[in-house]
Design a protein around this ligand. Structure first.
Ligand code: ADP
Ligand code: MG
Length: 697
């Protein structure tokens, strides 16, 4: 039996450990830094570093690393040893405050968009004391931010921390205006629900597409209800449950409280949902979780696929980003209140969020843009690429009555005090009913469901935090100028809901009618990465980020370029992988099968001309014709790949070309390949089929 309380957080240099290992004044100073953002002085940093090192050595660590989140989409680390020569041919284990606080990885190997060209190449990492260090694989991991020497942000953590500061500041202003003067800090909380696939390692190893790109580039749909050998099925199932038990243990040791679950949607797809925590720690934990998922799978000869769409035609994987805001006094600001004054407060925050989603649909869409997620958004299984907010029946009715209330008032009648006095209890079951909404209110939080399974959730949370902060600021600026804050707040709520009515949608987001209606409502429908990125540098967005000190214009331009560059690179890799598979495996396999069919027909003929050979003839003819088309598509794709260089000067045009031409060519090539798979003997087909991969686990 696992001793969970003992195991839980055992690899984390958490608050308990700090209290235990640090002298009281040091502990207090560190807490002040963590909670109030005060700078650490050298003596405190040295003492913390010493305690961390001692603890890490107890955990078997010999190295430490500054762990950071560059724009590559994966975490990066540079390992350094604690070992220092003592001058007498021996070594001692040292770790100074300086080494804790600042590191110097080589910035030139990480993407920076245009920044590297115009600024200094060197970068540094800076300790983030708000996210706990942890011990893993003999190394002390120190969560850090990553910046260039001239201060440009090169990572995802720095803007996230800035956005958290911004929303805290503006939310506190609102709360103070509403009389809650005991609140001095507000934190955003996140609980990401992670979906993933598990497949057998041996099958994975036979698929170059999975190995190089994380998704299948060819593969005919599995016939429904495919049954495989029971024994085999049974043995793998055991592996999966062993995997899950091990995964839980691993996650618990890093202080991530999660319960793994089978997901019913697609065969071999699963979900793991940790309990929410502050955004910053939730991001770090999710990065760690994705790594642990992969490593743990390996232990059981399984492979964990985090790609948003590993299998065409099969449900894809997302990451529901549950998001809320709460005060340092422990109040969740998205919990509808019980008395009228709390209702106003709740509605102000709700209105700010609704307005933020409407004003910055393009940025929210940008924040989840990836080549993988393009396959998922709008594919009848995930929210569409269109942003809208779901409020549920109870809250929807309140908003309706608020709007009508104002109409009554404007007709000169006494309103029902805008409906805000009578906010009903929002029942959980009514909020959870609509699973199709991309941005759903779920009782005490919002669930942003467009995030892709492989994404770093920092991107989405930077946007949510910053845009909501901006709307709260606008509200606070206005409310600060009035005498009667409460009634002004109510009027503000009414005006906001009326003005942003178009973003609220409680119906079926997967339906074709919604796509039409959304267009009539003037909502964005940005279907691919190049489209989603196109609006990033719109004037209003530059103003948002620069005003809020989250990004400079240069940093935004850099991000825009990196996004498009990564997209084009990825599609290029996919195209090259497809060509390789098509030429080296698929054509030879089909040709070999054709030869067998031909030989069979000839053999039959030599036995007796009366034996029918029409089956072989028809198949040979059909497959031969398809091979010709297949080879034409190969040539077309190859030629078009060469032409891509003509667009290389304009990154947007380059990415557009990859989307409109290369990606389309790939689809056409795949269609023929998949069709040939359905007609070719599985003995000859070079890759494990969808049926084998999906039902094999
Ligand atoms: P359900 O099963 O109804 O979706 P859960 O309680 O399982 O609800 O929550 C789903 C996710 O939402 C979990 O990761 C949970 O921690 C997270 N969550 C719950 N409350 C909050 C909150 N206030 N802020 C952020 N995330 C939250
Ligand atoms: Mg959920």
């Amino acid at each position: 039996m696992v001793n969970v309380p003992e195991l839980f957080g055992s690899n984390v240099f958490n608050d308990d450990v700090m209290r235990d290992k640090l002298p009281k004044p040091i502990y207090k100073a560190l807490k002040k830094t963590i909670h109030d953002g005060e700078t650490l002085d050298d003596s405190v940093a040295n003492a913390v570093a010493h305690a961390m090192k001692e603890w890490a050595i107890e955990k078997g660590c010999t190295h430490y690393t500054h762990w950071f989140q560059p724009l590559t989409g994966v975490t990066a680390e540079k390992h350094d040893s604690f070992i220092t020569p003592d001058g007498d041919g021996k070594v001692i284990m040292t770790f100074s405050g300086k080494e804790l606080i600042k590191g110097e990885p080589d910035a030139s190997s990480f993407p920076s968009g245009g920044i590297r060209a115009t600024f200094e190449a060197r970068g540094y990492t800076a300790w983030d004391p708000t996210s706990p260090a942890f011990a893993k694989d003999g190394t002390l991991y120190i969560p850090t931010a990553f910046l260039s020497y001239t201060g440009e942000v090169l990572d995802k953590k720095t803007p996230l921390l800035r956005s958290m500061e911004r929303i805290s500041k503006e939310a506190v202003r609102i709360l103070h205006l509403l009389g809650k003067t005991d609140v001095n800090r507000v934190v955003t909380t996140v609980g990401p629900e992670q979906e993933y696939f598990l497949i057998d390692k041996e099958m994975y190893n036979k698929r170059p597409d999975l190995i190089f790109t994380g998704r299948t580039l060819f593969g005919a749909k599995a016939p429904k209800g495919q049954e495989l050998d029971d024994h085999y099925f049974g043995s793998i199932k055991t592996r999966v449950s062993q995997f899950m038990a091990e995964l839980d243990k691993e996650l618990w040791s890093y202080g991530i409280y999660a319960k793994t679950e089978h997901n019913e949607v697609a065969p071999s797809q699963h979900e793991v949902a940790p309990i929410f925590t502050t955004s910053n720690v939730a991001v770090d934990n999710n990065e760690l979780l994705m790594e642990i998922l992969k490593k743990t799978a390996e232990k059981f000869d399984l492979v964990c696929l985090l790609h948003e769409k590993p299998f065409a035609g099969v449900n894809g994987s997302g990451k529901h980003n549950n998001w809320s805001i709460s005060t340092n006094t422990g109040e969740n600001l998205l919990k509808p209140g019980k008395n009228p004054s709390e209702n106003v407060q709740f509605l102000i925050f709700l209105a700010a969020i609704v307005k933020a989603v409407d004003d910055y649909q393009d940025l929210l869409r940008f924040s989840v843009a990836s080549a993988g997620n393009d396959h998922r958004l709008g594919a009848n299984e995930a929210p569409p690429a269109i942003l809208s907010v779901f409020l549920g029946d109870d809250l929807g009715a309140v908003v309706d009555s608020i709007e009508i209330g104002e109409e009554h008032e404007s007709e000169g009648k006494k309103s029902m005090d805008l409906g805000v006095e009578v906010l009903p209890t929002v029942r959980k079951d009514t909020t959870d009913r609509n699973r199709t909404s991309p941005f759903a209110f779920t009782g005490n939080r919002f669930e942003f469901r467009m995030v892709g399974s492989a994404a770093n959730i920092a991107s989405a949370n930077i946007i949510i935090n910053t845009t909501v902060a901006e709307e709260l600021k606008e509200f606070a600026d206005r409310l600060e100028t009035v005498k009667d804050v409460k009634s002004a707040a109510k009027r503000l709520v009414v005006r906001t809901f009326k003005k942003h009515d178009r973003i609220i949608f409680n119906g079926d987001n997967y339906s074709d009618e919604w796509v039409k209606e959304a267009e009539e409502r003037g909502l964005y429908n940005l279907k691919s990465v190049p489209d989603a990125v196109r609006h990033y540098l719109d004037e209003k967005n530059i103003e948002l980020f620069t005003k809020n000190d989250v990004f400079t214009k240069e940093e935004m331009t850099a991000r825009y370029e990196v996004e498009l560059e990564n997209y084009a690179k990825l599609i290029n890799i996919e195209a090259l992988t497809m060509l390789d598979m098509a030429k080296k495996d698929i054509i030879p396999a089909v040709t070999a099968y054709i030869k067998t069919l031909t030989d069979t027909a000839l053999a039959k003929q030599s036995l007796s001309p009366d034996i029918p050979t029409s089956l072989e003839r028809d198949l040979v003819t059909d497959l031969s014709q398809q091979l010709v088309c297949f080879s034409d598509k190969i040539k077309e794709l190859e030629n078009n790949l060469i032409k891509a260089n003509e667009y290389a000067d304009d990154i947007q045009a380059y990415a557009d070309y990859y989307r409109n031409t290369i990606f389309a060519d790939m689809q056409a090539l795949r269609a023929i390949g998949d069709n040939m798979e359905t007609q070719t003997s599985s003995e000859f087909w070079p890759y494990p089929s969808y049926g084998e991969m999906l039902f094999g686990v």
